[in-house]
Design a protein around this ligand. Structure first.
Ligand code: 1CP
Length: 343
C-alpha cells in the first residue's frame, strides 16, 4: 500500500492521495444513502450503510486510502453523553457542568458502545481493494473536550469555544478530568479499530489553535504523547497521523514531543515553513486549501501543483488542509486526482 510505504518513510512520486471528508454531502450517492438512514447518527451507527458510504469515494476516484465513516463525537456519545446532529447546525450536546456529571460517563462503554463502529471497520476492510489503506480515527482529547464542554461546534460556539477556554482557568480540574477520561478511552477505542482491521490511525486536533502555548503543552502534546506511546507499545509498527490544525509555532514541538508518525498540515502553513521547522525525515500530509475546489479550473490545478512541488523530495501524502465542503462539485475532485496522477 502506497500510503503505508510513505508513512514508513518512503518518498513516492506522485504521492499517495486521500482527502478529508472524501465521503459526504458533495456526493449524490452519499445524499441518497443519508436520506435512507434518517439522521446522521443513525448513519454512523449502521455498519452496512456506514461501510457503503466509506467505500463510495474509493470506487469513484480510487484514492490511496479510505477513512472510516464516523465522527469524532461518537466516543463521548458511546460513553453516555447525549448527542444529536441538528440539520445544518452540526453537533449539539448538553454541556458537561461538573465533575459529578463527568463521573457518570462510563469508560467501559468505549468498547461496548462503539461495537457498530468496529463492525463498520471489518466490513470496509473486507470490501477494499488490496492497495487501499484503511484509516481509523478519533478526535484528540482536547478537541473532543471542546464539544463536551461547550455543547456545540466551533462555527456555532461563537468566539471559539469560550466556555472551554474559560474553564481552563476557572475549573481546570474539570477540563483535566475530561481530558484524562478521553485520553484513556481514546487508546481503547483506537486499539479496537486496529484490531478490527484499520491499517493506521489519525488523531484530529481540529481546535488546537485556540490554546496558549502552555495549555497546548498540557492539553494537546501530553495526551497525544500518551496515546501514541500506549498504541505503539502494543503495535510497534502502527502509524499514527496527527492533525494539529492551526497550531502555528507549536508545530515542530508537536511533531518531536508526541512521537506521531506523520503530521497533517492546515492550508495556512506553507511547505517551505513546515519543512524548515520540522526535523528532517518528518512525514507530511496536506494541505491544499479546500476553497480552491469550489473554483475548479486553472486556480485549482495551479494550487495542486504548488502543493505537489512544495513537498517534492519529502515523504508526503497529498490531502487538503481541511475537509471537502458540501458545495464542491464531484468533477472538481476528478480533476484533482487527474492532476496528481499526471504529475
Ligand atoms: O451528513 C451530514 O450532514 C453530516 C456532516 C458530517 C459528516 C459527513 C459530520 C457532522 N461529520 C461527518 C463525517 C466525519 N467527521 C468524518 C468522516 C470521514 C471523512 O472524512 O470522509 C470525519 C473524519 C469527521 C471528523 C470530525 N467531526 C472532525 C475533525 C475534522 C474536522 O473537520 O476538523 C470534527 C471537528 C467533527 C465535528 C463535526 N461533525 C459534523 C460537523 C458538521 C462537525 C463540525 C462542527 C463544527 O465544529 O463546526
Amino acid at each position: 500500500m502506497k500510503l503505508l510505504e510513505v508513512l514508513n518513510g518512503a518518498k513516492a512520486w506522485p504521492p499517495p492521495a486521500w482527502l478529508m471528508r472524501q465521503a459526504g454531502r458533495y456526493l449524490p450517492e452519499y445524499r441518497e444513502l443519508r436520506s435512507q438512514a434518517g439522521d446522521f447518527l443513525s448513519l454512523c451507527t449502521n455498519p452496512e450503510l456506514a461501510a457503503e458510504v466509506t467505500l463510495q469515494p474509493i470506487r469513484r476516484y480510487g484514492f490511496d486510502a479510505a477513512i472510516l465513516f464516523s465522527d469524532i463525537l461518537i466516543l463521548p456519545w458511546a460513553l453516555g453523553q447525549d448527542l444529536r446532529f441538528a440539520e445544518g447546525e452540526g453537533p449539539l450536546l448538553p454541556p458537561l457542568q461538573s465533575r459529578a456529571e463527568l463521573a457518570k460517563l462510563d469508560p467501559a462503554r468505549a468498547i461496548s458502545g462503539t461495537a457498530p463502529i468496529m463492525e463498520t471497520v471489518r466490513r470496509v476492510k473486507a470490501g477494499l481493494p488490496s492497495e487501499t489503506a484503511l484509516i481509523g480515527f478519533a478526535g484528540s482529547p482536547f478537541t473532543v473536550a471542546c464539544y463536551m464542554l461547550d455543547g456545540k461546534g466551533g462555527a456555532k460556539a461563537g468566539n471559539e469555544f469560550p466556555r472551554t477556554r474559560l474553564l481552563c482557568f476557572e475549573d481546570r480540574a474539570l477540563v483535566e478530568g475530561v481530558i484524562e477520561l478521553l485520553t484513556e478511552t481514546t487508546i481503547t477505542y483506537l486499539q479496537a479499530q486496529v484490531d478490527a482491521g484499520a491499517d493506521c490511525v489519525m488523531l484530529f486536533e481540529s481546535w488546537s489553535g485556540i490554546l496558549t502555548s502552555s495549555l497546548f503543552r498540557d492539553f494537546v502534546i501530553a495526551p497525544t504523547k500518551r496515546i501514541v506511546t500506549a498504541l505503539k507499545a502494543k503495535n510497534p509498527r502502527l502509524h499514527i497521523i496527527g492533525f494539529p490544525r492551526h497550531c502555528g509555532l507549536m508545530l515542530a514541538e508537536y511533531v518531536t514531543a508526541t512521537g506521531i508518525t506523520a503530521v497533517g498540515l492546515d492550508s495556512v502553513t506553507d511547505a517551505v515553513t513546515a519543512i524548515a521547522a520540522c526535523p528532517p525525515g518528518t512525514v507530511f500530509q496536506g494541505n491544499l486549501d479546500p476553497l480552491l475546489l469550489r473554483l475548479g479550473g486553472e486556480p485549482l490545478t495551479q494550487g495542486i501543483k504548488a502543493v505537489l512541488n512544495g513537498f517534492r523530495g519529502q515523504s508526503h501524502i497529498f490531502n487538503l488542509g481541511h475537509g471537502i465542503t458540501p458545495d464542491v462539485k464531484p468533477e472538481a475532485i476528478a480533476l484533482l486526482m487527474d492532476t496528481i496522477r499526471a504529475a
